[in-house]
Ligand binder design. Structure first.
Ligand code: P6P
Length: 360
C-alpha cells in the first residue's frame, strides 16, 4: 500500500502539476499584457508541436513511412529524412489559424514560410530546426528540435527576403529546445533564466522539473567529433591533445547537438563543432541552432563563441549561414579560446618575421 501523502506533499505535487509551460512564461514575464499572453501562447503551441513529434518518434519503428530518407536534398545539400519533413510540417500546422506567428524560418525550407492568415496581427517570427540529429532517428538514439522567437519586424509588403532576420542573436526574445530522449524534455528561456519541463504523458502536459538552471563554471566533459581531427586548425588539435594529456576530462558525443548540449548545460564542460578544412565556417547553422543555444547558455552562466567572437554578437549575412561553435562552461570555453588566441599570435609573429627577412 503506497504511503499516504502528507497534505503539504499533496499541495506541492498539485502546485507543480499546475505549473505548466504557458503559466510559467507569464510568471517569468511578470506580466499579463497582450504581448506576454501572446508569447505564452506561442510557447504553448511549440509544446504541442513537441508532443506531436514525440508521439510520432515513439511509434517510428512500428509505422510505415516514418523512418528512412525521402528523395529530397535540402538547402544545405543534405539528404532529407522523412521525419525532417514531418516535423517541419508539424511546426507549420500548429501555428495555422492561431494569429500568433506570421513567418517561420526553418532548416528545411530555403525561404521563410508565411502563414498569411496570421500576418495582419502577429508579433513574432519562429526560427527552428525541426529535427536536430536526424541521423539518430533510425537507431533510436536521442534527438531534438531547436527554436528561437524574434520580433516580426517585416512589414506586409516586404519582398519576403527576411532581411530583418539577419540580426545578431541578442535580438532573440525567447529560445529553447526539445530533447526527445527516455523522456521528452522542453528547455526554454524568455531572458529570465533557463527552465526545464518534462512531458507527463498521462497528463499530456509539460511539467516544471528544473528552474533557473545554472551551468557549472567548469565540467569534465568535452564533446566533439574527433573523427575530424585532421580537418581542424592546429589550435583545436592542440586543445584536444591537452585534454588527452590531462586528468579529469571525459569525452561524450552523441551525434545530436541537442543531447550533447543538454548534458553540458546540466553537468558542465564544452561542446565544439569547429570549422574544418572542408567547411571553414563549420557545419552548424547560426540562426536556428547556435544562436538559440547561445541565448540559453548565457542565461545559465555559460558562454558560446565562434572561437573569436561571441555567438550572440554575430550578424549573419544569409538565413542559413553556418558558424563554428564552442559552447558550454565559462572556463572551458575560455580554455579553448586561449589555444586559438595563442596560435593566432604565433602565426602573426611568424608572418612578421617572414616579412622582416624579405629584402626591402
Ligand atoms: P557530425 C546533426 O546532423 C548535426 O546537425 C548536429 O545535431 C550534430 O551535433 C552534428 O550535426 C553532428 O555532425 O559531422 O559529427 O556527424
Amino acid at each position: 500500500m503506497a504511503e499516504a501523502q502528507q497534505p503539504e506533499q499533496q499541495e506541492y505535487a498539485l502546485e507543480r502539476d499546475c505549473t505548466t509551460l504557458s503559466r510559467h512564461v507569464l510568471q517569468h514575464l511578470q506580466s499579463f499584457s497582450a504581448e506576454a499572453q501572446e508569447l505564452s501562447a506561442v510557447m504553448n503551441r511549440i509544446a504541442l508541436a513537441a508532443k506531436l513529434i514525440a508521439r510520432h518518434l515513439s511509434r517510428a519503428g512500428l509505422m510505415e513511412g516514418v523512418l528512412g530518407f525521402t528523395d529530397d536534398i535540402n538547402v544545405h545539400g543534405e539528404t532529407v529524412k522523412k521525419m525532417d519533413i514531418y516535423a517541419n510540417n508539424v511546426f507549420i500546422s500548429v501555428f495555422k489559424q492561431s494569429g500568433l506567428v506570421c513567418r517561420l524560418a526553418s532548416e528545411e525550407m530555403e525561404k521563410p514560410y508565411y502563414i498569411s492568415e496570421n500576418c495582419s496581427r502577429s508579433r513574432y517570427t519562429l526560427l527552428y530546426d525541426p529535427i536536430d540529429g536526424s541521423s539518430n532517428i533510425d537507431i533510436n538514439m536521442s534527438l531534438g528540435s531547436i527554436f528561437a522567437i524574434r520580433q516580426q519586424e517585416e512589414t506586409e509588403d516586404s519582398d519576403g527576403a527576411a532581411q530583418d532576420l539577419l540580426q545578431h542573436g541578442r535580438k532573440q526574445i525567447a529560445a529553447g529546445y526539445v530533447l526527445y530522449g527516455p523522456s521528452t524534455v522542453l528547455v526554454y528561456s524568455v531572458g529570465k533564466g533557463v527552465h526545464s519541463f518534462t512531458l507527463d504523458p498521462s497528463l499530456g502536459e509539460f511539467i516544471i522539473t528544473h528552474e533557473n538552471i545554472q551551468t557549472p563554471s567548469h565540467g569534465p566533459i568535452y564533446s566533439v567529433n574527433e573523427g575530424n581531427f585532421w580537418q581542424w586548425e592546429e589550435a583545436i588539435r592542440e586543445y584536444i591533445r591537452y585534454v588527452h594529456r590531462n586528468q579529469g576530462y571525459t569525452a561524450r558525443y552523441s551525434g545530436a547537438l541537442v543531447g550533447d548540449f543538454h548534458r553540458i548545460l546540466l553537468q558542465g564542460g564544452v561542446f565544439l563543432y569547429p570549422g574544418t578544412l572542408e567547411k571553414l565556417e563549420g557545419k552548424l547553422r547560426l540562426l536556428y541552432e547556435s544562436a538559440p543555444l547561445a541565448f540559453l547558455i548565457e542565461q545559465a552562466g555559460g558562454r558560446a563563441s565562434t572561437g573569436t567572437q561571441e555567438i550572440l554578437d554575430v550578424v549573419p549575412e544569409k538565413l542559413h549561414q553556418r558558424t563554428p561553435l564552442i559552447i558550454g562552461s565559462e572556463e572551458d570555453v575560455a580554455l579553448v579560446q586561449s589555444f586559438i588566441q595563442q596560435w593566432a599570435e604565433a602565426k602573426a609573429e611568424k608572418e612578421m618575421m617572414r616579412r622582416s627577412r624579405v629584402p626591402q
